[in-house]
Design a protein around this ligand. Structure first.
Ligand code: 5AD
Ligand code: FES
Length: 376
């Protein structure tokens, strides 16, 4: 590969025996970040180099830029979403996930429609105007069931947004849920690189199908969220650069990212957890690439650092998603080890988060917190 006019220095395949990487100085890194800000995307090789260049100086540079951009669009508002983890049954067997079907140690539960409505009522009282119905891929909840549930929530809480996060379904199902009144859909793509996808998932799951689901959701009209884990086994900077390229194509309204954290009863039990610094760096780069994104500071980030969520906000995130599920089932929705907030009541988390956001100069906004389309 040739050096371009910016006289980058290149580490070639010949020298490393790995892939062709640019080595950036801090100044060159800053110039790439400026270019990402202007063009809202970088070519693969440059994005890879920028991700590789993750260092304290560049992290500071992206963090300040990301926060400035976020504040310009969303002010000091942090949106809250009430997460209702209504089933931990899952027909899939993703190697990283604690509720994978092969994990016989997972204690399974399902919430009834009445339980779910009670969570929403509690959430409404606490100021939530978005409910996120999240679950494993559980065929027990047929399309008819989900449609009924959406109708019921839509009728009881007409001013609240309904977000679904129930995995891959047929386009027709997504259309029915949309017609029933769902507004948003979260479906992390997990990794946009085909070979890496296969390392994380069994053969019956495919990145192609995952992406097709995301495109369907966008086309139907959902505010759509994709996302990936940071530091999942086998992940390289190129893979992450592919995530950025995919996000640039899809133009989702939301992107959820958090560190990979091993779960002791999965094939990845002995793998290393993802780094907080890299997660924060990537959050900032996402804010710069696509300024109007809704970006959560995730529970996984809070799990690997006591001030993870605050640091996430400081890096450019603008959403937090505390749990509204009944405390009795909280610790059963164990995607990874050590998940925080499994013992706290919804009201405690709500207050705790308020204080945490205030501590970094932000406040929780009561409102649906819809995506804002900005010309950038
Ligand atoms: N560590 C971190 N995140 C995980 N998820 C699943 N398992 C893990 C894990 N071990 C994430 C996936 C999924 C989301 C609901 O949680 O990205 O899409
Ligand atoms: Fe749950 Fe602090 S956010 S206890």
């Amino acid at each position: 590969m040739k050096a371009d006019a910016d006289s980058m220095t290149w580490k070639t395949g010949e020298h490393t025996g790995v892939s062709e990487h640019m080595l950036l100085t801090v100044e060159q890194g800053k110039r790439l970040i400026d270019r990402l800000e202007q063009k809202h995307g970088l070519p693969m090789a440059e994005m890879t180099a920028l991700i590789d260049a993750n260092c304290p100086k560049l992290r500071d540079y992206v963090r300040l830029k990301a926060r400035e951009i976020g504040d310009r669009i969303y002010g000091k508002n942090i949106y809250i979403r009430g997460l209702i983890e209504f089933t931990n049954y899952c027909k899939n067997d993703c190697y990283y996930c604690g509720i994978r079907c092969s994990n016989t140690k997972a204690e399974r539960y399902r919430l009834s429609r009445e339980d779910i409505m009670a969570c929403c009522r509690e959430g409404k009282k606490l100021g939530f105007r978005t409910f996120v119905l999240q679950g494993g891929e559980d065929p027990y909840y047929t399309d008819d069931c989900i449609v009924d549930l959406i109708h019921q929530i839509r009728t009881a809480f007409p001013d609240c947004a309904i977000t679904l996060s129930i995995g891959e379904r047929e386009r027709e199902s997504y259309e029915r849920f949309w017609e029933a009144g769902a507004d948003r859909y979260l479906l992390r793509h997990e990794t946009a690189a085909e070979s890496h996808y296969q390392k994380l998932h069994p053969e019956n799951l495919s990145l192609k199908h995952r992406k097709r689901c995301l495109w369907n959701l966008k086309e139907i009209g959902y505010q759509t969220g994709c996302g990936f884990m940071v530091g999942s086994p086998g992940q390289t900077s190129e893979h992450l650069a592919e995530d950025f390229t995919f996000i640039r194509e899809l133009q989702p309204e939301m992107v959820g990212i958090g560190p990979f954290i091993p779960h002791s009863d999965t094939p990845f039990a002995e793998e290393t957890q993802g780094s907080m610094e890299l997660t924060l760096y990537l959050l900032s780069l996402l804010r710069i690439q696509q300024p109007d994104l809704l970006l959560p500071a995730t529970t996984a980030l809070a799990t690997i650092h006591p001030r993870g969520r605050e640091l996430g906000i400081g890096a450019g995130a603008n959403v937090v998603m505390p749990n509204l599920s009944p405390v009795g089932v909280r610790d059963k929705y164990a995607l990874y080890d050590g998940k925080v907030c499994t013992g706290e009541e919804a009201a405690e988390c709500r207050n705790c988060l308020e204080r945490r956001m205030e501590s970094v100069g932000y406040h929780i906004a009561v409102g649906r917190g819809d995506h804002r389309n900005i010309d950038f």
